[in-house]
Design a protein around this ligand. Structure first.
Ligand code: SAM
Length: 266
């Protein structure tokens, strides 16, 4: 199937500038292009849950994150993706729609984990996915990631893209990484949200300092929408001030460290 997003994106930067004489297009427009369902979700003032409860959505992944994830997806064309932390489903809907656009998408191509989907969100994300014909693509796990990930591994699952956006406690994010490393195929991407948070940043530093033999880090600013020079400045400032929100690693090869491998402080 034709990758229309990649094609559209190829002209996005020139479209964004006034030089073309066209009205400027922003990250939001680029993100939701050909995705009316995602636009509807992001614009929703209220969502209805499985019991009919009306809830005001909050804590969606940012437009920037979703835009970068969309571009990463277009680049690596994953067959199977995994997401930890669903909330109201912004990234779950994005991934499910991206899989749907590929004619060969397998059932359950996108799997998501969130123990609080029913108790805290009244199943709003599940309902939205169901109401928009995405339920066969999306497989939900209603338990904490620390319980689901080992089972996914035992059952032989592998993924090409993993988005970590669940519990932000150091110990949980560390466990998310421990298992994601084993579940991710070589060449696959793992992206962490909220890496300005000290808990999450600590795990990112562990990977940088102890797992560099397995990962190369990609700059999210290479995938963001905007003027390349401005993005370069933003990237440098974020790195210096440890305020980068999204941190992305590409796995170079499989393997685990030897039990007595060197420990580098992080
Ligand atoms: C920031 S929100 C996720 C936002 C979502 N990715 C989006 O794009 O809108 C974090 C989510 O992580 C979930 N969460 C908390 N602890 C978790 C755990 N141990 N395993 C999986 N998800 C968890 C919360 O219930 C919450 O829905």
């Amino acid at each position: 199937m034709e990758n229309t997003f990649a094609k559209t994106h190829a002209v996005s930067h020139s479209k964004a500038g006034a030089r073309t004489g066209m009205s400027p297009i922003g990250a939001r427009e680029m993100l939701i292009a050909e995705m009316p369902e995602l636009e509807k979700l992001l614009k929703a003032e209220n969502l209805s849950g499985l019991t009919g409860r009306i809830i005001k959505p909050r804590m969606f992944s940012t437009i920037n994150n979703l835009y970068v994830l969309r571009r990463l997806f277009a680049e690596i064309k994953p067959e199977r993706t995994l997401e930890i932390g669903i909330a109201f489903g912004a990234s779950a809907v994005l991934f499910s729609l991206l899989h749907k656009a590929h004619s060969s998408h397998p059932e359950g191509a996108h799997q998501g984990i969130d123990p609080f989907q029913i108790s805290d969100f009244d199943g709003c994300a599940v309902k939205f996915l169901k109401d928009h014909g995405l339920e066969s693509i999306f497989r939900f796990h209603y338990k904490p990631s620390g319980e689901v990930l080992p089972t996914l591994l035992t059952n032989g699952n592998r993924f090409q893209l993993i988005y970590v956006d669940g519990s932000h406690l150091f110990e949980d994010v560390f466990v998310d990484f421990f298992y994601s490393h084993r579940l991710l195929e070589p060449g696959g991407i793992i992206a962490f949200d909220d890496t300005q948070d000290p808990h999450v940043l600590k795990v990112v530093r562990f990977i940088r300092n102890n797992y560099s033999e397995f990962y190369e880090e990609l700059s999210p600013y290479d995938y963001q929408f905007g003027h390349p020079l401005k993005l370069k400045v933003k990237s440098a400032v974020a790195r210096l001030t440890s305020s980068q929100h999204l941190t992305i690693f590409r796995k170079t090869h499989d393997g685990v460290r030897k039990w007595n491998a060197r420990f580098n402080n992080f």
